[in-house]
Design a protein around this ligand. Structure first.
Ligand SMILES: C[S@@+](CC[C@H](N)C(=O)[O-])C[C@H]1O[C@@H](n2cnc3c(N)ncnc32)[C@H](O)[C@@H]1O
Length: 369
């Protein structure tokens, strides 16, 4: 759910017309965005005739939203329990009607599986031209979509997650182009794999309990017999991987242990938050059995060619690799918003890596200062 200060930050971007306003939230949750929008509009333009309309998949949340909005002096308030995306196939549904008369859409849509793109595209296409669309979106969305009217990246971690967010204010009908969401990256010589997730409520076997999450029994800053080193972002510097700051008892009790094979043998660890102060992505070669956490990716090569991977690590630390990443993900330089790149971002950069013989040559070169 959107924290109150972020909801108000979004709402203050609404420019009230002074007449009638229809405000829509297509994934209304507990109604916090509609509430912030209503308060802002009524304080700036008292006497506004206000229609509040929300769609929410979860009936319990919808009931909370209805109760939260009951005190607002709106002309009409309606929270419909429905699937916003499915609703759109039904041209006569109430949600479709609300969108067709919307003057403001305020939304923090569900993320993942392309849903944030679908929510945004639906509103951009179906609302009358000029409707103010105020969305809270991941920075990755901002990097993918060209033509957005106004983007304000948020600093810090206001949503408590380690992915950067931005408030997007866009006028409906202004065309945008979206780089394909379910893009296929040409399968190259390398595979990019994710790290382990140590703790998550209900994750792992047996299922992790709140006590496990609190006491963190499977990780330690000191080595223990049979435990494995696990690297995190700060441990991966240009062509170096520092071990020994975190040790993990590997096994099914971890939230998402992943297959141990990816962590054994020749591999390159790549940090998902680049070292922009050095204009480098940040990659290091390693061939021991070493785990990495979710903020680090693992690059493997099918024949486990150690020299090739050493060369690849050198190349990944060059400015040309950093530029390729930067072109794809310009928002990564917003260090105060903590954006990370994804498996696909790295796979796309690797698709442009030099040929094998050039990487072999690079592997023999001394490490640049
Ligand atoms: C990130 S929450 C935001 C909730 C609220 N707008 C806020 O900002 O606090 C997204 C909400 O969208 C709802 N949701 C997810 N998929 C949906 C769909 N297809 N149609 C309608 N609501 C959906 C979820 O149940 C959740 O309450």
């Amino acid at each position: 759910m959107t924290p109150r200060d972020v909801a108000l930050d979004m709402a203050r971007r609404i420019e009230p017309s002074g007449g009638r306003e229809t405000v829509v939230d297509p994934g209304a949750g507990e109604g916090s965005l509609l509430l912030a929008a209503a308060e802002t509009i009524l304080s700036r333009a008292p006497g506004t005739e206000l229609d509040l309309f929300g769609v929410e998949l979860d009936p319990k949340l919808a009931a909370v939203a209805s109760a939260a909005l009951s005190s607002v002096e709106a002309t009409r308030t309606e929270i419909v329990v429905d699937d916003f995306l499915a609703t759109h196939q039904d041209a006569v549904s109430r949600a479709a009607h609300a969108l067709e008369s919307a003057s403001v859409v305020i939304a923090n849509p569900p993320y993942g599986g392309g849903r944030e793109y679908d929510f945004f595209a639906s509103c951009n296409q179906r609302c009358p031209p000029g409707t103010q669309l105020i969305f809270l979106l991941p920075l990755e969305f901002v990097d993918r979509v060209e033509g957005l009217s106004d983007v304000t990246p948020l600093t810090g971690r206001p949503l408590g997650v380690t992915t950067g967010h931005a408030i997007v204010r866009h006028l409906a009908g202004t065309p945008v182009t979206v780089r394909p969401i379910r893009e296929t990256i040409r399968q190259g010589r390398f595979s990019v794999l994710t790290g382990v997730k140590l703790y998550e409520l209900g994750g792992g076997s047996p299922k992790q309990t709140p006590d496990v999450i609190r006491s963190k029994p499977f990780s330690s800053t000191h080595p223990r017999l049979g435990w494995l080193p696990c690297v995190r972002t700060g441990d991966v510097q240009r062509d170096s991987v520092q071990l020994g700051r975190l040790w993990v008892e590997y096994g099914d009790h971890l939230a998402h242990p992943k297959d141990i094979a990816r962590f054994s043998g020749p591999k390159v660890f790549v940090r998902r938050v680049p070292i922009w102060s050095e204009r480098a992505i940040g990659a290091g070669y390693n061939d021991d059995t070493v785990l990495c956490a979710g903020d680090v990716l693992v690059v493997r090569e099918p024949s486990d060619d150690a020299d090739l991977l050493r060369g690849l690590s050198r190349w990944l630390n060059t400015r040309s690799a950093a530029s390729l990443m930067h072109i794809r993900r310009p928002m990564l330089t917003r260090r105060d918003s903590f954006p990370k790149f994804s498996v696909k971002d790295l796979a796309a950069v690797l698709a442009n890596a030099p040929p094998d013989d050039a990487l072999h040559q690079l592997s023999n070169r001394p490490i640049a200062a």
